[in-house]
Design a protein around this ligand. Structure first.
Ligand code: SF4
Ligand code: SF3
Length: 549
């Protein structure tokens, strides 16, 4: 086993990645190794998808399958070896089918990539032996640490992009051109360069690709659910039967709301599902009762106390046996945990049945309202107001405090930072890192809330569009705006968002709480030199550096 893709790996001995029988996240060596094999077989499938395009064959099922199942290899998504092996076998079968179609047109059609020749073994022992050939630490021995780190930066970034591609596909958004770009990156990473400049360029290309994917996802979400608008959300429970839904998949939430309407069950959002309350097509359901809990690392305590079943639509799931709720948590889509019920198809009947059989919340707590829903349209319509406020010196600076949460102590930086932002400045939030401070009352400046939640991690797109619009209106560059990005990374979605921002020319981004283990000091130095990227220090020092005197 060798996995170094998330922040938790830093705690592994030597900080050299999770490399024993189990990762820090609970992923077994067996699952981890099978995920490496799956990635390799998917790279072979991508190579054939590109060859097929040369012969005018574009297979939408293949284009969907590659990012979808790559998503299963992200941190805290799928811990079930059996499911990973199924994906590997299906990938090989899709590849062989595509190869056969290509050879009907051109008998000599072939691809050179060794990964394209992997025939999954019949049993786990054979698969384990094959996986050893594709372990990600192998090339440590014949390339420099920098080259290896940049290859991993590209791969982990592409994994993040895969997740957004799948989120978009769920909303009926697929694009053959973007899929081609995706396959090209898969193949480039399967046979990677050992040139630092070429690898950096590849990472930025992945960032650019992801920007287009996030635009497609934004289009899918807003077309299906309308534009988010500022909305009050109760973060305390109300009496009655209850279902909790977590993850990023708004379509699953709508299906659950439709199926629970009139049953007396209240539906609560958790984690990255919180921004759902801002969408017109979701908030119209009266039994979308509120938001429960905080970020993923508190799941075992919060889910244990929830008096109803729980649905995990995407990342991040952690061991449900610890809090003893494995009999009432359900996985969807690419999520998996061994022994946990997995729901395919459109029906949430087993979840609803279980919710009706459970006690639900006995009492209604005093409501505590927070505001969400500062999506792209709302932000853009506020652009002129923001410009006027800046000109009138009522608004000094905007801080985008975005990214993932995690359990490291140093993450209190982000909450401390947000609380210490001066009264004439605004904080925009994105993703699950905000739970450490989003229940705090930040007040308003001239009616403009000082805490603006833009949404899920993928809604970084809305924040970028606001920055670009403000820069255009002011006739300056994005880097000249009174705006600072303070990002926290944990998993691969955050990595690709960082790559996207760098590819768009955004400079001087602060990142933390610690540098990814695959980026050594030399590489962090390169990113600092090229992009002005810097690591967080103390709140006081950073704030002083960010705010011009
Ligand atoms: Fe370790 Fe993170 Fe990989 Fe889990 S996902 S095995 S914690 S590096
Ligand atoms: Fe959080 Fe997992 Fe990354 Fe979508 S839900 S941001 S950590």
């Amino acid at each position: 086993m060798f996995c170094i893709q998330c922040e938790q790996t830093m705690r592994a001995p030597g900080g050299k990645g999770c490399s024993f029988t189990q990762g820090m996240c609970g992923k077994s060596a067996e699952t981890s190794d099978q995920q490496d094999l799956l990635v390799a077989v998917l790279q072979g499938l991508s190579a054939w998808a590109l060859k097929a395009r040369e012969l005018n064959i574009v297979d939408a099922a293949v284009d969907a399958f590659v990012p979808r199942t790559l998503f299963a290899t992200l941190t805290n998504v799928n811990f079930d070896t059996r499911r990973i092996v199924e994906y590997t076998r299906e990938a090989a079968s899709l590849r062989d089918g595509l190869a056969a179609r290509c050879r009907e047109i051109d008998r000599a059609a072939d691809v050179a990539l060794p990964q394209a020749g992997i025939q999954p073994a019949d049993d786990l022992a054979g698969l384990a032996a094959q996986a050893a050939d594709w372990a990600l630490d192998r090339d440590v021995f014949d390339v420099s640490e920098e080259v290896h780190g940049l290859r991993l930066l590209g791969l982990y970034g592409l994994k993040g992009a895969a997740a957004y591609m799948e989120h978009a596909r769920v909303l009926d958004r697929q694009d053959a051109g973007l899929a081609q770009g995706f396959h090209e990156k898969m193949v480039a990473l399967a046979d990677p360069s050992d040139d630092i400049e070429a690898l950096l360029a590849l990472s930025l290309d992945i960032g650019q690709l992801n920007f287009r994917i996030m635009a497609m996802l934004d289009d899918g979400e807003t077309a299906m659910f309308g534009h988010p608008a500022p909305t009050q959300v109760n973060v305390n429970p109300v009496a009655g039967k209850a279902i909790l839904i977590s993850g990023h998949d708004l379509k699953d939430l709508r299906a659950l709301l439709e199926q629970t309407e009139g049953t007396g069950i209240n539906v609560y959002t958790n984690g990255e599902m919180l921004p759902a309350h801002g969408y017109p097509e979701l908030k119209r359901f009266k039994h979308l009762a509120g938001n429960y809990g905080s970020a993923w690392q508190n799941q075992q305590r919060e889910f244990a106390a929830f008096p109803g079943p729980i649905v995990m639509t995407s990342n991040c799931i952690i061991d449900p046996n610890v809090g003893r709720y494995s009999d009432r948590i359900y996985t969807r889509s690419i999520v998996g945990w061994p022994g946990v019920k997995h729901l395919e198809g459109e029906s949430f009947a087993p979840v609803i049945e279980q919710a009706l059989a459970m006690p639900g919340f006995a009492e209604t707590a005093e409501p505590h309202q927070i505001t969400v829903g500062f999506g792209r349209q709302t932000l853009l319509s506020a652009a002129d107001t923001v410009i006027d406020m800046v000109a009138a010196k009522q608004l000094r600076h905007v801080f985008l405090v975005g990214g993932c949460d995690g359990s490291r102590q140093e993450r209190s930086y982000y909450a401390d930072f947000a609380r210490q932002v001066p009264q004439d400045c605004v904080v925009m939030t994105l993703a699950c890192g905000k739970y450490r401070f989003n229940k705090h009352d930040f007040g308003t400046i001239n009616g403009l809330p000082r805490l603006l939640d833009v949404g899920q991690c993928n809604d970084a797109y809305s924040a970028v569009m606001l920055a670009v619009t403000l820069a255009e209106k002011l006739g300056c560059g994005v880097n000249d705006l009174p705006l600072t990005l303070v990002l926290s990374w944990f998993e691969q979605k955050a990595i690709v968002i960082l790559l996207t921002l760098l590819s768009l020319g955004v400079r001087n981004i602060y990142t933390g709480p610690t540098a990814p283990a695959f980026l050594n000091d030399t590489l962090m130095g390169v990113l600092a030199e090229r992009f002005g990227m810097r690591e967080i220090g103390t709140v006081e020092e950073d704030m002083a550096a960010m705010l011009p005197a």
